[in-house]
Design a protein around this ligand. Structure first.
Ligand code: HEM
Ligand code: HEM
Length: 222
C-alpha cells in the first residue's frame, strides 16, 4: 500500500540548530559592520556559534539517526555513484554529496570561529585568547578569520544552489523539510524513517557545549 503521510526526517534540535546558525552567520557580519567598536556583540555572536557547533558535534554522535555523522558521511565511491546517476536517488536525511558539503560548512565555521578567539586588528580589538599566541601567529589567525568568511560564503552559495537544483530537477522541497521536519514519501527510500532521540538529551548536549565554550575562554585566566 502506498504511504501518504509525510515521513519524519529532521528532529527539532537539528532544525533549530540550522536556523539559529543561519541567523548567527548573518549576525557575525552585521555585528562586525554595525556593532560597537569593542565588537562585544560580534564576540558574543561568535561564542553562540561555537556553542552551536559543539552542540552539533555531540548531536552528530548521540543524536537522532539522520543527524549522526555516521549516517550521512558516505565514502567517495557512494558519492561518485550518486552524482553519476544524476543525484536522483531519494535519501532520508542528507544525500551522499550533501553530507560532505555539511561537513565542509561545519569545519570552515569551526576554523572561522576558533580563529576569531585569537585574532587582533592590532589597534582596538582582539579575541579573548589572543594573549596566548605570538603576534606572528595572531597575524596568521587574523588572516584566516578574515578570509574564512569568504570561503564560508562560497560554500553557502553552493549549498543554496544544490537546494535549487533539487527543487527544479527532482521537484523535491528540501527547505520545507528543514522547517517541518518531514518529507513526502516519494522523496524517501521505501520504509525509511528517522529514529528520533529525546529532547532532554539535546538540552544536555547544549548545556555541556555552552559550558565547554565558557571554560575554553575563561579557564586560562585561573
Ligand atoms: C562564525 C563565527 C564568526 C564569523 C562568521 C566572523 C566573521 C568576522 C568578519 C567577517 C570579520 C571582519 C574581518 C575583516 O576585517 O574583514 C571579523 C572580525 C573580527 N572577529 Fe569575527 N567572526 C566570527 C567569530 C568570532 C569570534 C568567536 C571572535 C572572538 C571572540 C571574533 C572576533 C573578531 C575580531 C576581534 C575581529 C576584528 C579583528 C580582525 O579584523 O581581525 N569573531 N569576524
Ligand atoms: C549562513 C547560511 C547557511 C549555513 C551556514 C547553512 C548550513 C547548513 C548546515 C550545517 C546544514 C546541515 C544541518 C545539519 O545536519 O545539522 C544545512 C542543511 C540545510 N540547509 Fe542550510 N545553511 C545556510 C543557509 C540556508 C538557507 C538560507 C536555506 C534555505 C533557504 C537552507 C536550507 C537548508 C536545508 C533544506 C538543509 C537540509 C539539506 C538536506 O536535506 O540535506 N540553508 N545547512
Amino acid at each position: 500500500m502506498k504511504q501518504t503521510c509525510d515521513i519524519p526526517v529532521w528532529d527539532l534540535p537539528t532544525r533549530l540548530f540550522h536556523w539559529l546558525l543561519v541567523l548567527l552567520v548573518a549576525g557575525a557580519w552585521f555585528s562586525y559592520k554595525f556593532g560597537d567598536v569593542n565588537m562585544t556583540w560580534h564576540k558574543w555572536n561568535g561564542y553562540a556559534v561555537l556553542t552551536l557547533l559543539l552542540f552539533r558535534l555531540a548531536w552528530g554522535i548521540v543524536g537522532s539517526s539522520t543527524a549522526r555523522f555516521g549516517d550521512f558521511v558516505k565514502g567517495p565511491f557512494t558519492v561518485l555513484r550518486y552524482l553519476r546517476d544524476g543525484a536522483r536517488a531519494p535519501s532520508l536525511g542528507h544525500n551522499p554529496a550533501g553530507g560532505w558539503s555539511v561537513l565542509a560548512m561545519l569545519t570552515v565555521l569551526g576554523v572561522q570561529a576558533g580563529a576569531g578567539l585569537f585574532t587582533s586588528d592590532d589597534i582596538l580589538v582582539s579575541g579573548p585568547l589572543n594573549f596566548l599566541v605570538s603576534s606572528a601567529s595572531a597575524d596568521v589567525l587574523s588572516s584566516i578569520h578574515r578570509l574564512g568568511y569568504y570561503v564560508l560564503l562560497g560554500l553557502v552559495a553552493l549549498h543554496l544552489a544544490a537546494l535549487v537544483f533539487h527543487r527544479l530537477a527532482h521537484g523535491e522541497n528540501l527547505v520545507r523539510a528543514m522547517i517541518t521536519g518531514r518529507k513526502h514519501p516519494d522523496h524517501v527510500p521505501p520504509g525509511a524513517a528517522a529514529v528520533l532521540r529525546p529532547l532532554w538529551l539535546a538540552a544536555l548536549c547544549l548545556v555541556l557545549a555552552a559550558l565547554a565554550v565558557w571554560l575554553g575562554i575563561n579557564a586560562w585566566a585561573w
